[in-house]
Unconditional design. Sequence first.
Length: 526
Amino acid sequence: MSIEKEIAKRRTFAIISHPDAGKTTLTEKFLLFGGAIQTAGAVKQNKIRKTATSDFMEIEKQRGISVATSVMGFEYNGIRINILDTPGHKDFAEDTYRTLTAVDSVILVVDCVKGVEEQTEKLMEVCRMRKTPVIIFINKMDREGKNPVELLDELEEKLQINVRPLTWPISQGMNFKGVYNIYSGQLNLFESDQTRITENFIELQDINSPELDRWIPSSFTKQLREDVELIEGVYDPFTVENYRNGSLAPVFFGSAVNNFGIRELLHTFLDIAPSPSEREAMQRSVKASEPTMSGFVFKIHANLDPNHRDRTAFFKICSGTFQRNTFYFHTRLKKKLRFASPTQFMANEKNLIEDAWPGDVIGLYDNGNLKIGDTLTEGEELQFRGIPSFSPEIFKEVINRDPFKSKQLDKGVRQLTEEGVAQLFMQHGNRKIIGTVGELQFDVIRFRLEHEYGAKCDFMPLRYCKALWITSRDKDQYEEFLRRKSPVIALDKEEHPVFFAESEWMLKVAMENYPGVIFHETSEFK
Ligand code: G4P
């Protein structure tokens, strides 16, 4: 098959949500539709089975949190769907942010009872930054939730995006009757069923036709007609173009656990979601249909099996065809690497592959050559953009508790931070400061240092609230800033200076006093 055809049949996306909104349930229903799994519950069971493979995963199991980001691929109606799973827990947000750099679109799940929650706002901020197309699925309509019109207002206000409902719920909770598809004019009646996909569609020519009253009680039809009139009057018409450029999010209503509203969501998603197109590198923009292979690493997972010190790098293909056992050029190390056993993740199993196309995510066995953000090509000097580090929120200094194991500690801290568990900043030679977005990361790092590297450490909290990457607008002033502020300056993994701010106020003062210094919120500012 030609590369254009392979690209056209691919959709690579992530389902994101605040924990408990229903991301796992929705993922599972998609897999059921695709025939990739046979029974509900398989994704969760798989999560638990996987947790048994290492001590690190034991933490995940104990806390019931999905730490790892995995990939699930399946085919549906001739389309190859790649779902990149993301941990919902806020302490692992950095992992989720990075995964979002590898997707072409996103489905955002919102719980109709809770509305827009904090984590949803942050995730949406990352999507907005990258202009990622977003579809919103309002879940748990079988529960008494917020009023749908108010929910739409809340989405627009808190997520700062224009929305356009494509389906509309007929009541909710105990009285939930179904959804009306504004787009196709179909009525989809609700039947609570968690095991089978039973959707009862009725084709309506006109929402004002008496046909509607045959199916749902008149007390609900009146409200539905009024609501639809209101929506048509208030919201701009839906256009695929506005969705694709990230300025308009279509909204669907349903109940994931009851398999309700999923088919419409999936079918519309397949119709409108973009295939891989192009991606910005530092040097130029790379089109997916270019014949030569290029791609980047967005995640590293180390020591999954404690008996083998192996690492899996998750590699997203951006252009050309990736082939097994072929030499590729590692643009950071300037050397050629060959991969004998690349793997792809189909539903709940991992398979060896011979080749892969743009949009696909493959696992590369790595013995220390690959870092997050690394680019592989067929020889061209390229470095893909859009895999930035974001400022951590919690900072702690690493204190070695076993002086005989300082080498192990250095190695462990370096490898774990390369994997993206946390960010490492070095100060005055060997002082290590670790920055994370959540406390949980420190437990994970301490646990893994001890179990995987035999090193023991403590963490001493530091009073910083933010790290900002700094560059110069005025050389003299920049150098004076570095000198004067040296106690709160450190180097990131690329040896770029960062400034630790103790408070937003202190940051403001520093900015006012040193206009010759530019402060950046992410590591990608070139
Ligand atoms: P997450 O991945 O976003 O964290 O959420 P997950 O799918 O695990 O769903 C969180 C809880 O919400 C689960 O219940 C799930 O069954 C429930 N849920 C998902 N969709 C719906 C829905 O449409 N309606 C209702 N009423 N509940 C829904 P749980 O009790 O935490 O887990 P479980 O024991 O049921 O699996």
